[in-house]
Ligand binder design. Structure first.
Ligand code: PMP
Ligand code: GLU
Length: 397
């Protein structure tokens, strides 16, 4: 049987695969500590759960308009105004099945075969695959550690070509946790204008920021950036709603129209009940979000201080999101239990096998010296997990 060559080029999501494997091991009674999942360990706030129940009881269980219900679009318009100083009309907004579908819709709407998209290293695992699925070509931009792995004009100029169509910006970034300042965003805005690029700004972690940095949406910098940017966001991370699958995008009308048209054939509307839940998330009390951010901040501080105290470990200190990139390359080339570890994949496999700790290999994000730890898990589990990681590092000779 001859199957799709394009589909065969797509690697399955490693973040999801490892998370699923850790969950399965737990179900089998194995004491696994999972630093894998990029999802809050908190339950969806009660008021949001109640809104979903009410929606079911009110019979709001039928198809909705393919691009989402008007009430939620209106709430999203208000959210952009209030949080990001962005003024959209409702026809500039689409609601989709997670931030992931928004991204997929964008790439399908803007790319022609061979078009290139600039992707920062490290990148979230799905960007390259989604670009390839839309017949585009991811072009990886090498960024420097000294600059927290953020784009610089120098790194961008090296990657640009006549075929470059768009640039992905992800601030706060998954997996490095870095955040772009206003000044840095201005430089990217000028660069995008110079080469007439579409900016895809994934702002899904905008609420998860620690310390005194603030989130600025590149779309708000000028009329030019507003007109060339698609902003991607979702309720998944901020409101502990990963399983509800609601994301949203806003941008130029003609792109949103194409995205809506594609969505009307692929999934139709995102789940009606989830849309009403998301409406409550965006318009209801925000205390649970504040609570979660405080918890993430505490866990982050604890992890960073422990990693810094161990001479065998080092990390990229995150300013946002809920991940830490842990540099484990000091043990590459060394042996544990008779096996030599030479890359992040082997490290991840071996630590899961030996210490029952699930981490995501950095190679999934384009940085093989690292593994990614998610701190969307309890402090108790983090403490035990770090004990195990340290014990594992001591086993190498
Ligand atoms: N963008 C980034 C940077 C992410 O880490 C994720 C992870 N889930 C997504 C988009 C997609 O989120 P969703 O669960 O809403 O599809
Ligand atoms: N975005 C999260 C992560 O990076 C969830 C898994 C996924 O969708 O990739 O772990």
């Amino acid at each position: 049987m001859i199957l799709s060559e394009k589909a065969k080029q797509i690697s399955p999501s490693l973040t999801l695969a490892i998370t699923a494997k850790a969950k399965q091991m737990k179900n089998e009674g194995i004491d696994v500590i999972s630093f894998g999942a990029g999802e809050p360990d908190f339950d969806t706030p009660k008021n949001i759960q109640e809104a979903a129940k009410k929606a079911i009881e009110a019979g709001l269980t039928r198809y909705t308009p393919a691009s989402g219900i008007n009430e939620l679009k209106e709430a999203i318009v208000q959210k952009f105004k209030k949080d990001n100083d962005l003024t959209y009309t409702m026809d500039q907004v689409i609601i989709s099945t997670g931030g992931k579908q928004c991204l997929s819709n964008v790439f399908q709407s803007i790319l022609n075969p061979g078009d290139e998209v600039l992707v920062p290293i490290p990148y979230w695992v799905s960007y390259p695959e989604l670009i390839k699925l839309s017949d585009g070509k991811p072009v990886y931009v090498e960024n420097k550690k000294e600059n927290d792995y953020k784009y610089t004009l120098d790194s961008l100029e090296k990657a640009i070509s006549k075929k470059t169509k768009a640039i992905i910006l992800n601030s706060p970034n998954n997996p490095a946790g870095s955040i772009y300042s206003h000044k840095e965003l201005m430089e990217i805005a000028d660069f995008a204008q110079k080469y007439d690029l579409i900016i895809i700004s994934d702002e899904i972690y905008e609420k998860l920021i620690y310390g005194n940095k603030t989130h600025v949406s590149i779309a708000s910098l000028s009329e030019d950036t507003f007109n060339r940017t698609i902003v991607i966001n979702a309720v998944s991370k901020s409101y502990a709603m990963t399983g509800w699958r609601i994301g949203y995008a806003a941008g130029p009308k003609e792109i949103i129209k194409l995205m809506s048209s594609i969505q009307s054939h692929t999934t139709s509307n995102p789940t009606s009940i989830s849309q009403y839940a998301a409406l409550e998330a965006l318009t209801g009390p925000q205390d649970d979000l504040d609570f979660m951010v405080k918890q993430f901040a505490q866990r982050r501080d604890y992890m960073v201080s422990r990693i810094k105290a161990n001479p065998k470990l080092s990390c990229i200190e995150p300013e946002g999101a809920f991940y830490i990139m842990l540099n484990v390359s000091s043990v590459y080339g060394k042996k544990v239990n008779g096996n030599t570890i030479s890359n992040s994949m082997e490290f991840s496999d071996m630590i899961l096998d030996v210490e029952k700790v699930a981490v995501i290999p950095g190679v999934a994000f384009g940085l093989d010296e690292y593994v990614r730890l998610s701190y969307a898990t309890s402090l108790e589990k983090i403490t035990e997990g770090l004990d195990r990681i340290e014990r594992f590092m001591d086993k190498f000779n």
